[in-house]
Design a protein around this ligand. Structure first.
Ligand code: ADP
Ligand code: MG
Length: 451
């Protein structure tokens, strides 16, 4: 199947060619024809499957076809609701990219930044508006925009909007959009509440489902490390000695945890930054841009902040903390291995997290191979089986690397394991740790997790 065969008009074909898309992804193949017919759609597909283009292309095409009606005063004809600012930004970029050959104006509004520029953009007029629910309601309440001309409504990442407590706002917004419209709901998962919402908002929707996310997980190489809570950072540094970990997204449970970890990583000369809800929009955007440009090697994120973020060529995902729900594990895995790339994911599990681990394994219906690390192994009881580290390991697990003696690494902001190794000032455990790590490839033994 090609994009031409989907009856996509030339200016869009040109634009997606520039994006480097060769063939439509499965969700695009299924959704685009249905949407071009003007039908409502309820679609579920994992992150990274190309959902944005699946709804953006038909909308852009419809707006193009009515050409002249894009009158002197532009009216908001398409509204896309998204849960996070980052995601809203990305959707805006996609719309602008796919419509670059034509005169369609796309703007984005979200909270956490001054509304001034958004106000100006709204006054100038636009065709496509991407918005997070809160700020949209804010601006509507101030009489700065109306939704009475909207004919295309998209709810993107609907399950996440639900999780984030936006459902009430979403319903309020939808009430202000004319009944005469085409509605599309995209979601990674379809829990009961989403189905209920879909019933309320969609008219005879065509239901589209691409490979359930769980089936994608086995395309990603997963490894599990049993490690005590206090050794997680050490294990991470240990893993980062491997240059193959080029572009690493690390998940922590809390914002505080993310900040703390970034500090530690920086102290080792690993270029890292964090994104989470407590950071200003500018700081988050900057971190993301730097990470994409490979100026940062490690991006530490909480789940909400990382949701839907699209990073090409992400080499590794690390679950520094295991997620609270197994579905989130699947979403995190979806951050790597995007658009056909194969990815790799490491998960750290400490004693407190063994129940989370069991739930994940049950959910993905597969074992995660356990990797034994000479220094940071933790005896952890899962079910009846006791997993433990290398039997031959007679070196005490490292009890945490102190930061003394490494200040000279802070100066140069690049991570050179050799430097750590040669750093005479390092305390014994530290240099020993790095040296052994570097020569320990053969000691990382994969053992099937026997559940
Ligand atoms: P989702 O919304 O499902 O998470 P995105 O729309 O963000 O996925 O797309 C994920 C990545 O795949 C983006 O980098 C996008 O540019 C790319 N992509 C989308 N469609 C195609 C395609 N047909 N061929 C190649 N890459 C694509
Ligand atoms: Mg998306």
């Amino acid at each position: 199947m090609t994009f031409q065969e989907l009856n996509i008009i030339t200016p869009i074909l040109k634009a997606i060619e520039q994006e480097g898309y060769q063939v439509p992804s499965p969700i695009q193949e299924q959704a685009i024809p249905v949407l071009l017919e003007g039908k409502d759609v309820l679609a579920s597909a994992q992150t990274g499957t190309g959902k944005t283009a699946a709804f953006a292309i038909p909308i852009i095409q419809a707006l193009y076809h009515q050409g002249q009606r894009l009158s002197s005063k532009r009216l908001i004809q398409a509204l896309i609701l998204a849960p996070t600012r980052e995601l809203a930004e990305q959707i805006k970029e996609s719309f602008r990219n796919y419509s670059r050959e034509m005169s369609i104006k796309t703007e984005v509004i979200y909270g956490g930044v001054s509304q001034r520029n958004q106000e100006i953009a709204l006054k100038k007029g636009l065709d496509v508006l991407i918005a997070t629910p809160g700020r949209l309601i804010d601006l509507m309440n101030q009489g700065l925009l109306t939704l009475s001309d909207v004919r295309f409504l998209v709810l993107d990442e609907a399950d996440r909007m639900l999780d984030m407590g936006f459902i009430h706002d979403v319903k309020r917004i939808v009430k202000l959009v004319p009944e005469e419209r085409q509605t599309m709901l995209f979601s990674a998962t379809l829990p009961k509440e989403i189905m209920k919402l879909a019933n309320e908002l969609l008219k005879n929707p065509v239901r589209i489902e691409v490979t359930p996310p769980e089936a994608m997980v086995d395309k990603i190489k997963q490894s599990l490390y049993y490690v005590s809570k206090k050794d997680k950072t050490n294990l991470l540094i240990d893993l980062l000695v491997n240059p193959k970990l080029e572009s690493v997204l690390v998940f922590t449970r809390t914002k505080h945890g993310a900040n703390k970890l970034v500090k530690e990583l920086l102290s080792y000369g690993v270029k890292a930054d964090a994104i989470h809800g407590n950071k200003s929009q500018n700081k988050r955007q900057q971190a993301l841009t730097d990470f994409k440009a490979k100026k940062l090697r490690v991006l530490v994120a909480t789940d909400i902040a990382a949701r839907g973020i699209d990073i090409d060529e992400l080499s590794h995902v690390i679950n520094y903390d295991l997620p609270e729900t197994p579905e989130t594990y699947v979403h995190r895995m979806g951050r790597t291995g995007r658009a056909g790339l194969s990815g790799e994911a490491f998960s750290f599990c400490c004693q407190d997290e063994k129940n989370l681990l069991s739930a994940i394994i049950k959910h993905i219906k597969m074992d995660i191979p356990v990797v034994e690390n000479k220094f940071f192994n933790e005896k952890i009881k899962t079910g009846n089986v006791e997993k433990q580290g290398l039997k031959s390991c007679d070196i005490k697990p490292n009890t945490g690397i102190k930061k003394n003696g490494i200040s000279n690494q802070k100066k140069n902001n690049s991570f050179d394991p050799k430097r750590i190794q040669n750093n005479k000032k390092s305390d014994y455990r530290k240099s020993e740790f790095v040296k052994n790590t570097r020569s320990s490839d053969g000691q990382y033994r994969n053992k099937k997790n026997s559940k």
